[in-house]
Design a protein around this ligand. Structure first.
Ligand code: ADP
Length: 602
């Protein structure tokens, strides 16, 4: 493009030389030159004009070549605006136009000025953007370039107000036509001078217009593909965000409410409702805005599995595995429904259907779990009463107040006592776990001495350890601050851990209880219960704190147990704000650690 400008610059130089010569001669004539002198000047002028014409022709054909070259690159160039702008600038120089515009027909069939160029290189002002509509319209109608030397006098435009209003004189306008379709025009004018454009300029501009039309059609095609692609990417991103949002919670109400907002947004609707199939037909479970769905149409859509769209509504069936589970009813009374959104909204509806189904399943599971916990709590309460009486009678028999017992009878009574105790433990563990699961178990923490809870727990388990000739040693820091804990529940956690240590450690084993403050967690008291027992494999350690888990080892299975103790203990510790963990090696022993918060105000 630089070469092109330089070429035009040389022609301008020649023109300048000629103008200078004419000016000089005019002075000479005014000073009274002779006929011979004047004839000499005339000769000189003719020579200059001839040279100039030759130069101009040469340059024009060279420039035309360059123009072609440049125009060809338009097609290959992604930055079509930039390239067209350069070519426009060149066309202005070549044709000596004052201004140039690339005017395109937009989607609404309106003329839009896309690019502008001036011979001074100055920016177009609002004032400059005015052009003759009659010339542009006639060019588009004829499908061929229009040249007028002086539009003011041209009979073709005598009715044109814009020509007069804008004082347009020379105009050259060429249509941009691609595969028979008019895309717009290239419009050149010179408001000051008449007769600026020549027939050759028509050829130059025509060539440019042809190339520009091809480039524009290409760019428009690209733009369309880009737009479709961008729309698809946008939709995918929305679907991803939506799936993430709907998956953050399984809470039924939230899922319904979020589903409805996503569907409204996707359809560009103003309000909407979500209904689920129920015995009575459709039960509307969520809505946004004032809406009274037309149930008949909804049922039609649900049972035909087909969406219904009209000017203002979109009804989509919610299907899971080809089975209708509900419907989305979307309204856009003001804006109107955009039918091309249907495909996307359908995909949103697919996601909604999955989320709704998951939330429903989860809700059903939650309710079943609740029912199970309630059942366990009723049953354990009902068991407790007869067990207390069994235990009481067994104690009475054992005391011998109602007659002495023989050795075998004593053994039987002892067995009844042991088993009622075992059942008692089971019932109390079941009650606790069901209360934890239904959120009915609460704790009342207050400042207490950790030692007191530990003493109570040791009182309960000491006999068990002695029966197995195990040693229990204590390492407790002096001057420990008070713990912020529910004493009964902390004691229960300690009993669970100590009785496990005793149960799963062979006779004559060692159990050590350590209580201290760790700099790692300065706001918590730490307690470790270490045993020299059978240990726990790494796989079992992972499941240890889940309810009903018991290691498969026969040594474990021969001990009485419910598999609930550690699950309850973990919940109790966590309810206090502490944590629990284990370190263990098979055959070497286990250490259970837990923390309880220090009472800050004590
Ligand atoms: P239970 O003792 O009633 O079986 P828990 O929930 O208290 O139930 O413990 C779960 C399982 O963890 C036990 O069955 C046992 O396999 C393992 N376990 C718990 N404490 C120890 C321990 N100190 N040493 C070895 N295994 C243990």
């Amino acid at each position: 493009m630089e070469r092109l400008k330089t070429g035009a610059g040389q022609a301008k130089e020649k023109l300048g030389e000629l103008q200078n010569a004419i000016r000089q001669q005019r002075v000479a004539v005014l000073n009274g030159s002779s006929r011979e002198e004047l004839a000499g000047y005339l000769q000189h002028w003719e020579k200059l004009v001839g040279e100039l014409q030759k130069d101009m022709m040469l340059e024009k054909s060279m420039q035309l070549g360059l123009l072609y070259e440049a125009a060809h690159t338009i097609n290959a160039s992604l930055d079509w605006r930039h390239t067209l702008q350069s070519v426009m600038d060149a066309v202005i120089l070549l044709t000596e136009a004052e201004r140039g515009m690339l005017i395109l027909i937009d989607e609404n069939n309106q003329l839009q000025v896309e690019l502008t160029s001036t011979n001074t290189g100055e920016e177009f002002t609002e004032e400059d953007v005015k052009f003759s509509y009659s010339v542009v319209e006639q060019t588009l109608q004829r499908g061929r370039p229009i040249l007028t030397s002086n539009a003011q006098l041209d009979p073709r435009f005598q009715d044109s107000t814009s020509i007069v209003a804008y004082g347009v004189r020379s105009v050259l306008c060429a249509p941009l036509i691609h595969k028979g379709n008019p895309l717009g025009v290239v419009y050149l004018d010179n408001r000051a001078r008449a007769g600026v454009f020549t027939q050759e300029d028509i050829a130059t501009l025509g060539a440019f217009a042809n190339q520009a039309a091809g480039a524009l059609a290409n760019a428009q095609e690209h733009k369309k593909t880009d737009q479709v692609l961008a729309e698809k990417i946008r939709e995918l991103t929305i679907l991803q965000e939506m799936a993430r949002d709907l998956n953050t919670s399984l809470k039924f109400e939230r899922v319904m409410e979020r589903s409805i907002s996503w569907a409204i947004a996707a359809a560009g609707a103003e309000c909407g409702a979500l209904g689920l199939i129920a015995e009575e037909g459709i039960r509307w479970v969520a809505h946004s805005g004032q809406i009274a769905p037309d149930t008949m149409s909804v049922l039609r859509s649900v049972y035909t599995h087909k969406p219904i769209t009209d000017e203002h509504r979109m009804i989509l069936p919610l299907l899971r595995d080809e089975r209708p589970i509900g419907a989305l009813y979307l309204l856009a009374e003001e804006r109107g429904i955009r039918p091309h959104k249907l495909e996307f909204v359908r995909r949103v509806a697919d996601h909604v259907a999955i989320a709704v189904e998951n939330a429903r399943l989860y809700e059903a599971l939650r309710q079943a779990n609740q029912a199970k916990s309630e059942f366990v709590s009723v049953v354990s309460h009902e068991l407790r009463v007869p067990m207390t009486s069994l235990k009481g009678y067994a104690d009475m028999l054992k005391n011998g107040k109602h007659g002495a017992l023989g050795t075998q009878q004593r053994e039987f009574v002892e067995a009844i006592r042991r088993n009622t105790q075992r059942m008692e433990l089971l019932v109390s563990d079941l009650t606790d776990i069901s209360r934890i699961e239904t959120g009915q178990l609460s704790i009342s923490p207050r400042p207490i001495a950790f030692n007191e809870a530990l003493e109570d727990a040791l009182d309960t388990v000491r006999d068990l350890a002695e029966a197995k000739q195990q040693t229990l040693s204590l390492e407790i820091w002096q001057g420990l601050p008070s713990a912020h804990a529910d004493k009964a529940r902390l004691t229960q956690a300690l009993i669970n851990l100590l009785s496990n240590a005793i149960k799963y450690t062979p006779p004559q084993g060692h159990i050590t209880i350590r209580v201290w403050l760790s700099p790692e967690e300065p706001d918590f008291i730490r307690c470790a219960i270490a045993d020299s027992g059978m240990g726990i494999s790494p796989q079992d350690q992972v499941q240890l704190f889940t309810k009903f888990f018991r290691a498969a080892d026969p040594q474990v299975r021969e001990q009485p147990g419910t598999g609930l103790g550690l699950a309850i203990t973990r919940n109790l510790i966590e309810m206090h704000g502490g944590r629990i963990w284990v370190e263990s090696a098979v055959g070497k022993g286990s250490t259970f650690y837990f923390t309880v918060p220090i009472a800050m105000w004590a």
